[in-house]
Design a protein around this ligand. Structure first.
Ligand SMILES: Cc1cc2nc3c(=O)[nH]c(=O)nc-3n(C[C@H](O)[C@H](O)[C@H](O)COP(=O)(O)OP(=O)(O)OC[C@H]3O[C@@H](n4cnc5c(N)ncnc54)[C@H](O)[C@@H]3O)c2cc1C
Length: 272
């Protein structure tokens, strides 16, 4: 369904990002998300640079669009970051970050991917639980709970979430944390992108030096052994070790349900 979303001239004048509609330069690129099968066409893409851009977009979208979508890293497989015919609020240009080494906190805007955040935090010898695949966005992953290599020791991403600055449906910016708007903070920790546009995330970080990891692949004929090893290992493993076990079917397998290869990537090496 196609509709029209138009920013009035006086709002356009103060909007610091880009407003890109069908047929305009860059449209084909900014409407794309990681999953190439997603082919939705928003009526307008609002690429926000600062929080007031996001406020404008929410207010205009609420007044005019049949649907609003929010894009963080654009890695959601179902393509929920992009809407057909509505307004897409794209936070990808929002890349402000501040690391406080003394308090061990990370303050990062919603356009970051985990690769970018990890790199910035690592300069201070810090990290927090992020995604296993670092191309995922911090926004979508955090709002969904977030699991990753450090979770055995430090819990899920939301266990390390200290605060969220969020633009609510009425265009207000509020802080949700253990001290402010506790009910909203509860909802944001796992409730997904349903409670507003999360512009800033603040995390507790931890001293993390080198991480040893990788994938060990076994043939399916040894699956029983691999499962037994995995069970024994995880029963006794220290918190520093995060281990996944995966089964893959490859294209040569006759049944797509047949397990093909177990996998055991290893997280941080246990303290010696
Ligand atoms: C290859 C791959 C590996 C993955 N690995 C992990 C993993 O290790 N651990 C894990 O927990 N998950 C993992 N995931 C799942 C991933 O966390 C989700 O797909 C997540 O939604 C991606 O976040 P994003 O910001 O890139 O997504 P987007 O596609 O941008 O958005 C996903 C959803 O969140 C909403 N959203 C995005 N940003 C905001 C915002 N700022 N405010 C409000 N709503 C917003 C969107 O509207 C949409 O509904 C993986 C996914 C992929 C594709």
């Amino acid at each position: 369904m196609a509709d029209t979303v138009r920013f009035p001239d006086e709002v356009r004048a103060s909007f610091t990002g880009e407003l890109i509609g069908p047929g305009e330069a860059g449209y084909e690129q900014v409407r794309r998300v990681r999953n190439g099968l997603i082919d939705k066409r928003p009526a307008l893409v609002a690429r926000c640079h600062i929080i007031p851009d996001t406020q404008d977009a929410v207010i205009i979208g609420r007044e005019q669009a049949t649907e609003i979508s929010v894009r963080g890293g654009g890695r959601n497989v179902a393509g929920l970051a992009v809407t057909d015919g509505g307004l897409m609020i794209d936070l990808a240009p929002m890349k402000g970050i501040r690391i406080d080494p003394a308090k061990r906190t990370i303050w990062a805007q919603g356009g970051f991917t985990w690769k970018e955040l990890n790199r910035a935090a690592a300069c201070h010898g810090l990290a927090t639980t992020g995604g296993v695949v670092s191309s995922t966005g911090i926004a979508g992953l955090t709002l969904g709970g977030g699991e990753g290599w450090l979770m055995g020791k430090y819990g899920l991403t939301i266990d390390n979430l200290l605060a969220v600055e969020i633009v609510t449906a009425d265009g207000q910016v509020v802080t949700a944390s253990a001290e402010h708007n506790l009910d909203l903070f509860w909802a944001l920790r796992g409730g997904g992108g349903n409670f507003g546009v999360a512009a800033v995330f603040e995390y507790q970080a931890h001293p993390v030096a080198t991480i040893y990891g990788g994938m060990v692949v076994h043939p399916v004929s040894r699956a029983r052994e691999a499962f037994g090893f995995y069970r024994d290992l995880t029963l006794a493993a220290p918190d520093e070790l995060t281990v996944y076990l995966s089964l893959f079917a490859d294209s040569t397998t006759t049944s797509t349900h047949e397990p093909k290869v177990p996998e055991c990537p290893l997280g941080p090496r246990p303290a010696e």
